[in-house]
Design a protein around this ligand. Structure first.
Ligand SMILES: NC(=O)c1ccc[n+]([C@@H]2O[C@H](COP(=O)([O-])OP(=O)(O)OC[C@H]3O[C@@H](n4cnc5c(N)ncnc54)[C@H](O)[C@@H]3O)[C@@H](O)[C@H]2O)c1
Length: 267
């Protein structure tokens, strides 16, 4: 299947985990994919991996909080591929501290990457889409932490919640240009696929890490989603199959947010 043949996609934050999975999934559907990351090796290795699988890809190192770098990145994509059809705002800083402990500089950086980075990429990619006059699809990656009050994660929860309404407001700004803006909500993610992708990129397998919470017990579906599940949802939102969908949030969370909170489905 090539549901995105002829399309050009930009994905930010292409570590081997979720961004790498989304980039791979879009490329598998025929899109030419630009892998954008602050870490040069995440941009380059993701692009190399897509090329190795038979796709067309470009890696660009870019700090999404720096407007000059974002403008230069979008100009490079225009020069290389003639335009852009899809943007996935996935770059983010996870984790954090409680409101009592959070230092201002750490709060400010997380707000800058998660919120301002998404704003800057959306602004400059949408300007190019408007100039092209052929519409487009912009996707914003949220988290279940953006729908609920998570203890010990003040900046992350706040920024992800802010992105839900950023998505709706940007969708209204861009609707007259045929540009759809939607969000996708992942939840705690099975680490195995990301680890395997990292190994395929030539990285060492990390030591297994214990998780503080028993996610599987609490999830209605009884298993965690993997990056490929988010990738499939991105392909749908990016494709013409979603032509009448804008300003929406698509939760790929195994039922987490729909659940009646005191119910423990797998005790
Ligand atoms: N892992 C999860 O369980 C989970 C759950 C819900 C939502 N999410 C969301 O999915 C997205 C990806 O998560 P992940 O687990 O793959 O994280 P990750 O840390 O593996 O990847 C994030 C990437 O963003 C990049 N990045 C950070 N700052 C940047 C900047 N200033 N400019 C450009 N790139 C920058 C990092 O270098 C990294 O490659 C994030 O938005 C995260 O909030 C993750």
């Amino acid at each position: 299947m090539s549901r995105l043949a002829g399309k050009v996609a930009i994905v930010t934050g292409t570590s081997p985990n979720i961004g790498g999975g989304i980039a791979q999934g879009l490329a598998d559907e025929g899109a030419r994919v630009v892998c954008v990351d602050l870490a040069e090796d995440n941009a380059r290795q993701c692009a190399d991996w897509i090329a190795k699988r038979g796709g067309t890809s470009l890696g660009i190192a870019c700090d999404v909080t720096d407007e000059g770098q974002v403008e230069a990145m979008v100009a490079r994509v225009r020069d290389a591929y003639g335009g852009v059809d899809i943007l996935v705002n996935n770059a983010g800083i996870l984790g954090g501290l409680s409101v009592l402990e959070m230092p201002l500089d750490r709060w400010s950086r997380q707000v800058a990457v998660n919120l301002t980075g998404t704003f800057l990429c959306t602004k400059h990619v949408a300007r190019l889409m408007v100039a092209q006059g052929r519409g487009g699809s912009i996707i914003v990656i949220i988290s279940t932490a953006g729908h609920q009050g998570q203890a010990g994660n003040i900046a992350y929860s706040t920024t992800k919640s802010g992105l839900l309404n950023f998505t709706r407001a940007a969708a209204m700004d861009l609707v007259k240009h045929g540009i759809r803006v939607n969000s996708l909500t992942p939840t705690a993610t099975d680490p195995e696929e990301g680890i395997e992708r990292g190994v395929a990129w030539g990285r060492p397998r990390p030591e297994p890490r214990a998780r503080g919470l028993d996610f599987v017990k609490m999830l209605p579906m009884g298993k965690l989603p993997s990056p490929r599940h988010y990738a499939r949802a991105c392909v749908f939102l990016a494709s013409d199959d979603a032509e009448m969908i804008t300003g929406a949030d698509l939760r790929v969370d195994a039922g987490a947010i729909a659940k009646y909170w005191p119910w423990v489905p797998h005790s």
